[in-house]
Design a protein. Structure first.
Length: 266
């Protein structure tokens, strides 16, 4: 993968573990504007087929925020209805692409995840948070609504009742509370947070077959959108696609030999 410099992101690759760390680099709170979305699309393009990336570790720079959401304080507010509509659509498209990248994306929530920042985290496959992190949708207190998938993904992730409470109140809640109803997958003590989150990412990247993860991710994502009979048929085809792969043979042989598998992604 050709290296590229970004204004709003830092990319750190660990070729040995095949975990790529993507850091939102917009101090003080990693707020998101139009240019951030443009660069995130480029990051997605770079990592989509990168053989040295099997898991993506997405986090915020600094210790204060994963992302505090849209950059309403930075002079990047749309000036009319059409600009606002286009910004919403751009964010929705970008986060949808992130959710579709054929490798696990882990949101490592190291601080505030508010508004668009929480929507970004929800577009990821797994959300890990440190105990002191706070999340929420403040949009209704600003006279707007979540515009980058928040009203839709929240319902799918945690159900109508809790989603309605989170969106309508604009309240901030703790990572531990969010974990109780499934919005956060795991919560770690602050002093061990990054170490444990990276351990989780490396385990995925080194222990699990990349093609299997790609197919499984697509099946789970589509499973919430299609009727059961269609989902089961997709699952059958997914298993069939993986059957002739070298990684399937390696996984089975490694299990019988009681050794760690060495997956190649083929």
């Amino acid at each position: 993968m050709a290296e590229e410099e970004f204004e709003n992101f830092k990319i750190e690759k660990d070729v040995e573990s095949k975990v790529t760390k993507v850091i939102i680099d917009r101090p003080p709170v990693n707020a998101i504007h139009d240019g951030v979305l443009d660069e995130l699309n480029k990051v997605i393009d770079l990592l989509w087929t990168d053989a040295d990336t099997r898991a993506i570790f997405l986090t915020g720079g600094g210790e204060k925020a994963f992302s505090a959401g849209a950059d309403v304080a930075g002079g990047n507010i749309p000036t009319n209805h059409f600009e606002f509509l286009e910004l919403n659509r751009k964010g929705e498209r970008t986060f949808r692409r992130l959710s579709e990248i054929p490798k696990p994306v882990i949101a490592v929530i190291n601080g505030y995840a508010l508004g668009g920042g929480l929507e970004l985290a929800m577009a990821c496959d797994i959300r890990l948070a440190k105990k002191s992190a706070l999340i929420g949708f403040p949009e209704v207190t600003l006279g707007i609504v979540p515009g980058w998938g928040g009203t839709q993904r929240t319902v799918k992730l945690i159900g109508m009742s809790k989603a309605m409470e989170l969106v309508l109140t604009g309240d901030r809640i703790t990572a531990e509370e969010a974990a109780k109803f499934g919005l956060i997958n795991r919560v770690y003590d602050d002093d061990k947070f990054e170490e444990e989150a990276m351990k989780f990412a490396k385990d995925l990247a080194t222990r699990c077959a990349p093609l299997s993860m790609a197919v499984a991710k697509r099946l789970v994502n589509k499973g919430g959108e299609v009727p059961m009979d269609i989902g089961l048929e997709m699952e059958s085809f997914g298993g069939g696609l993986l059957y002739p792969t070298e990684d399937m043979q390696e996984g089975m042989m490694a299990r019988m030999a009681k050794r760690p598998p060495e997956f190649k992604g083929v």
